[in-house]
Design a protein around this ligand. Structure first.
Ligand code: SAM
Length: 223
């Protein structure tokens, strides 16, 4: 998968993308991330990316020209899905991450200030995605969350394919409780069944616990 990220702060991303699973995904050539500085696509000498809102009001709005030019340059050859990160978008969930993990090329547009000119939403973006009902300062964190959630679902990225399949939300259930050594920690014991070596019984226990946890914490998922 190729992911282009259009942003005014490309340097924000590297420390996160160069660690852990995302680093492995890139090293395995399962994922390529290109950071695109919106300022490189401006037409004026001052590399200005924003302007005052028509009609007045606080703050600045990201101008359409550099964003359109960036997308037009990037997608010249390939079909890409263009996503605008926005608090007004469809909320990202595991199902949407799974759908996006099948795309060959994503172009993510990160807004700043008061947001982006409406014409980017209307005439450029294929989809508008939010990471939750709150307002962030910019789309960069949202883009990182999206890339992380999607990249780990690309086949071959996680060492064990079952890790993604068995995780919370993958089958509308939350995950069963997990334990590691020691079996007895300050008097708190690991359920005996997990030490039994009986895989069928362990599987049954995990299914039951996943259902119990979901019913308790997120009953809405079971509807
Ligand atoms: N004035 C806008 C509004 O009220 O809807 C908020 C603009 S916000 C300060 C600046 C940028 O941050 C947005 O253009 C968007 O790219 C990003 N952003 C903020 N909250 C977000 C969220 N919950 N999910 C995704 N992106 C978000």
């Amino acid at each position: 998968m190729l992911i282009d990220i259009i942003t005014i702060f490309p340097d924000i991303f590297r420390p996160y993308f160069d660690e852990s699973i995302l680093k492995i995904a890139q090293n395995k050539n399962k994922l390529k991330i290109r950071l695109r500085d919106v300022r490189d696509y401006t037409l004026d000498a001052h590399r200005k990316v924003d302007d005052r809102p028509f009609g007045g009001g606080p703050g600045m709005v990201m101008a359409p020209e550099p964003i359109f030019r960036a997308v037009e340059k990037i997608r010249r050859r390939k079909k890409a899905k263009i996503i605008l990160l926005s608090p007004q978008g469809k909320t990202l969930n595991q199902k949407l991450a799974q759908k996006l993990s099948h795309c060959r090329h994503l172009i993510l547009i990160c807004g700043r200030y008061e947001g982006v000119d409406e014409r980017v939403r209307e005439a450029l973006a294929d989809e508008e995605i939010s990471i939750g009902d709150y307002v962030l300062t910019g789309g960069e964190l949202a883009a990182m969350v999206l890339v992380d959630a999607v990249a780990r679902l690309i086949p071959g990225v996680l060492g064990d394919e079952d890790s993604a399949r068995l995780e919370s939300y993958s089958e509308n259930l939350l995950e069963y409780p997990q334990y590691t050594r020691p079996a007895d920690f300050r008097g708190m014991r690991v359920p005996r069944i997990l030490l039994s070596g009986n895989h069928k019984k362990i599987e049954e226990w995990r299914s039951k616990e996943a259902l119990k946890t979901t019913r308790k914490k997120r009953p809405d998922l079971l509807k």
